[in-house]
Structure formats: structure tokens, C-alpha cells
Write a protein that binds this ligand. Structure first.
Ligand SMILES: Cc1cc2nc3c(=O)[nH]c(=O)nc-3n(C[C@H](O)[C@H](O)[C@H](O)COP(=O)(O)OP(=O)(O)OC[C@H]3O[C@@H](n4cnc5c(N)ncnc54)[C@H](O)[C@@H]3O)c2cc1C
Length: 456
């Protein structure tokens, strides 16, 4: 985010204008959508309106796992018949090759390194059952051992010396990036292609044929909302995608001997099956970047500012030290958080209404760094009326946002639901970590299974 802040800004909108397509939101979804629209149809006049700076949202401040994956993909794929399942799985796994093509073609350096990802079971034995269940789900969704394969404890430890390593899953379909650098590279590329970007220009509403801001109106036949965790700000998408926070810390650069001790020689990203959703990567400048589940604010609004030394980050630091005791007293130089979007539909979406010209894409949970590329390609094809595999994909919807995306339950139900889930997950973590007796675990396992079913 520091890098995004230091880049030369784009001017705000000043007065009324026209465009063929106006996009609200300068994160990965908005920028990739502009990229595909402009490269597929260079004659189009495309503009992006960003409330703050491009990358101010989750795109400039995430953990840098670029996954060829969609949250909810195993459920989505398991519901399809054989041939369609295979095609759809290939579209999802095509995300990284496509991103690699664009990065190479446009000379975008974002520390991209495709070292794969490790889903570890560590610290307590229940994680092993969770990872085995996850592998079964991948198999049922049609993915083979080339896509996801089991790591026995010894192989896991040869790649990642995480405390209590028991086993895990390896997938080659994840790359590490420095996300703010990708935002900057995309914005620069768009400028070169002739896309107009207006920063410090919050969209305040949609009116027939117009996108409205405080400093001018844009007349545009196609108007797209790429607001994700900030969706509460516009009625068309608010209540459909909820804002939830995640938190990250980064250590000072670690010397080579510490990295030899920890592993990640191929720059694999990693997580462990904790209910507190931990994730990490080794950055290009050799820091350990480590994040964990965050918070939900009553009402579902976004949050960009985080008290840097409060409870928010103590828990993340404690989890980092539990996974890597050798880092317990390592200096933490960066702490930040951000807002991601959770869709009521249960998986990401691209929606476009040809009659009104209004569309949206998002709903990534915390997995939008790669998925935004796929949803943006889908939305661009929908806007251009192209007859492609993408517009037939199960995440593509034709019609109004209102008719296609489910609405979240009203408050206080959402807040209570989040708090209940959070409480169960924290209890699970603490009982499992302490190896509490069976009578403590059983009700938690039942509650946890029940909460998982609620996602569908
Ligand atoms: C801490 C954290 C860690 C994460 N780690 C990972 C990870 O490692 N891997 C992964 O796949 N995903 C991760 N995610 C999720 C991922 O970052 C997001 O899914 C993805 O960046 C969403 O991109 P987006 O463009 O849809 O939304 P955003 O990047 O949030 O962009 C929305 C933009 O809209 C702007 N905006 C808001 N209101 C308005 C308005 N009224 N008018 C105009 N513009 C407006 C915002 O300023 C923002 O820039 C993480 C998220 C967080 C918060």
C-alpha cells in the first residue's frame, strides 16, 4: 500500500463527461475489467473511477497469494456434469497462465513467483482430518494429483518447517506476488492503452444512463460496480456482498540462515488448517508476511484504519510465533489490515444486465487476487456480448443484480451470525491446541459442521 500511495496520482474527475463503459472501483476487479474491455475492443472509451487511490482497497493490501481458485469451487464444480466440470476446472486453473501472459506482454514486475502453495496440517491433530477432508473435496470436484497432492509429514517438513508439521496438501496453482505493484503495473498499462482513470472520485450513485460523482456525471451505456468490500456504499450491491476484515503483519527481512531453517525455498505460499485462517508468504525482500482472520463491523461497513498495536495484531503475532517459534522475538516492521467481500451467494460472481447496462463482479471471500482476473474477463465478455465459455460459466449471470445475487439477512442477524461463527472457531482453536478432552470437542465439531453447511 505504501507503494501504491507513493505512485504519481491520477487527477480527479472535474465536470461531466461521457464514456462507453464507466467502472467504479480501482482494485483488481475494476482494473482487469478495463484491461480486457480495452484490449478486446480498442475502440471503446473506458474510464475507471476510484474513491481514493487505485489499490486503496483490498487489492493494494492483501497477502499476495495469487490463486488459480475460487472460494466455493469444490461445491460449484461438484454440481456440474463430467464434461462441464472439466471445462470449468480448466477455466479456473487457466488464471495463472493468463496472468503470466499479461505480465510478460506489458512488462509488469510484481514479484510474481509461481512456487505453488502448501496447505499444512500442524500444531494439533484435528488439522490433519481437515486437510484430508479438503483433499477429498478436491478429488470429488474432479481435480487429480497433478492439481492437489498429499504431503506426508516428512515431505511437508522438507518444504516448510512449521511447528508440529503433520502433513498437508501441495498445489502448483498458486503464485506469490507483491499486490500493490500489480495494481500499479495494471494502472500504468491502462494509461498506455488510453483508459481514463480518475482517483479521489467516489461514485455516489447510478442514474438512468449515468454514473454520478460529487464532481461530475459520466454518461455511459455500461456502468460496472467493482466495489467488493466497499459495496455497502451503493444500494445496487449493498446487502449482497458484506465487508469483513483481515489482518497482516510483516517481519523485518530475515537472513538466509533463518530462511534455511523455515524453508519455502521455492517461495511457496502457505497456510495451516487453523479455524483462525492463517496464511503467509516469503516476500521478495525476504520478510515473513503473515495474516489471519479479522473482524466484522455491525452494519457491514468497510474499515481501512487499524490501531497498529492493539489486540488486532497481537493475535496474529501469537499465531506466527506458534507456527514458527524461531520468529517469536523477530522485529515486526509492518502491520496492516483491510476489507474483503463475502457474498451471500456463496461463491464469486460476474453479473450483467444488457437491458440496463448495469453490472458487477466480486464476492471473492478472501481469495480475489487471482479470481478477480477470471471475473473481470467474464464481465468484459458479458458487456461486449461475446459468446464464450466464460459467459456460460456457473459464476456468470445475465440479468439485474437484484434478481441474481442473494441478499444478506438484516442486522442484527448478520452481526450475531458472525459473532457466533467467530466464537465457535476460537473455541475450536483453543480446545484443539490444548488437546482438550473428547467431550469438549464433540459439540464444537457439530457446531462447526453446521456453520459450514450454512455457507451453502
Ligand atoms: C488483509 C487482506 C489479505 C488478503 N489476502 C489475500 C490473498 O493473499 N489472496 C487472495 O486471493 N485474496 C486476498 N485477499 C482478498 C483480495 O485482496 C480481494 O478479494 C481483492 O483484492 C478484491 O479486489 P476488488 O478490486 O474486487 O476490490 P478492492 O480491491 O477492495 O477494490 C475496491 C475499490 O473500490 C474503491 N471504492 C470504494 N467505494 C467507492 C466508490 N463509491 N466509488 C469509487 N470507488 C470506490 C475502494 O477504494 C477500492 O479501491 C485479502 C484481503 C485482505 C483485506
Amino acid at each position: 500500500m505504501e507503494q501504491a500511495d507513493n505512485a504519481p496520482p491520477f487527477d480527479p474527475l472535474d465536470g461531466d463527461t461521457r464514456a462507453d463503459v464507466a467502472i467504479a472501483g480501482g482494485g483488481f476487479t475494476g482494473l482487469w475489467t478495463a484491461y480486457y474491455l480495452k484490449t478486446l475492443a480498442p475502440e471503446l472509451d473506458v474510464c475507471v473511477l476510484e474513491a481514493k487511490r487505485c489499490g486503496f482497497g483490498a487489492s493494494g493490501r492483501n497477502g499476495g497469494w495469487m490463486m488459480a481458485a475460487l472460494e466455493g469451487e469444490t461445491r460449484l464444480l461438484s454440481a456440474l456434469d463430467g464434461q462441464r466440470r472439466k471445462q470449468t476446472g480448466a477455466l479456473i486453473h487457466g488464471i495463472l497462465p493468463e496472468v503470466e501472459r499479461v505480465l510478460g506482454q506489458n512488462d509488469i514486475d510484481c514479484d510474481y513467483r509461481r512456487g505453488g502453495g502448501i496447505y499444512a496440517a500442524a500444531r494439533y491433530p484435528e488439522q490433519l482430518a481437515l486437510q484430508r477432508k479438503l483433499l477429498d473435496e478436491y478429488r470429488a470436484a474432479g481435480f487429480g494429483a497433478d492439481d492437489f497432492r498429499w504431503l506426508e509429514a516428512a515431505e511437508l517438513s522438507s518444504r516448510l518447517r512449521i511447528a508440529g508439521a503433520l502433513g498437508g496438501i501441495y498445489t502448483p496453482h498458486i503464485a506469490r506476488i507483491q499486490p500493490a505493484r500489480l495494481v500499479l503495473g495494471l494502472a500504468r498499462t491502462l494509461r498506455g492503452l488510453g483508459v481514463r482513470i480518475y482517483e479521489q472520485t467516489p461514485v455516489t450513485g447510478l442514474e438512468a444512463g449515468h454514473m454520478v460523482t460529487a464532481t461530475g456525471r459520466i454518461r455511459a451505456p455500461s456502468r460496472l460496480l467493482a466495489l467488493e468490500g466497499y459495496s455497502s456504499r451503493l444500494p445496487e450491491v449493498s446487502e449482497r456482498v458484506l465487508a469483513v476484515q483481515s489482518r497482516i503483519i510483516a517481519t523485518e527481512p530475515l537472513d538466509e540462515s533463518l530462511w534455511n531453517d523455515i524453508g519455502l525455498a521455492e517461495r511457496e505460499v502457505f497456510c495451516e488448517a487453523s479455524p483462525l485462517i492463517t496464511y503467509g508468504q516469503r516476500s521478495a525482500d525476504n520478510r515473513m508476511v503473515f495474516g489471519a482472520r479479522g473482524t466484522y463491523r455491525f452494519g457491514g461497513g468497510p474499515r481501512s484504519e487499524f490501531g497498529l498495536h492493539g489486540r488486532d495484531f497481537e493475535e496474529v503475532h501469537r499465531l506466527l510465533a506458534a507456527c514458527f517459534p524461531q520468529l517469536e522475538s523477530t522485529l515486526i516492521t509492518h502491520r496492516w489490515g483491510g476489507t474483503l467481500g463475502v457474498p451471500r451467494n456463496g461463491f464469486p460472481h460476474a453479473v450483467y444486465d444488457r437491458t440496463t447496462g448495469v453490472g458487477t463482479a466480486g464476492g471473492y471471500f478472501g481469495e480475489g487476487v487471482g479470481a478477480a482476473n477470471l471475473m473481470a474477463r467474464t464481465l468484459a465478455d458479458q458487456v461486449l456480448g461475446r459468446d464464450t465459455e466464460l459467459v456460460q460459466a456457473p459464476w456468470a449471470f445475465a440479468g439485474s443484480i437484484e434478481s441474481q445475487l442473494r441478499r444478506w439477512e438484516p442486522e442484527p442477524l448478520r452481526w450475531l451470525g458472525y459473532k457466533a461463527t467467530d466464537l465457535v472457531r476460537r473455541l475450536e482453536e483453543s480446545v484443539y491446541r490444548r488437546q482438550g478432552p473428547g467431550w469438549q470437542k464433540r459439540p464444537l465439531q457439530r457446531a462447526s459442521g453446521w456453520l459450514d453447511r450454512l455457507k451453502t
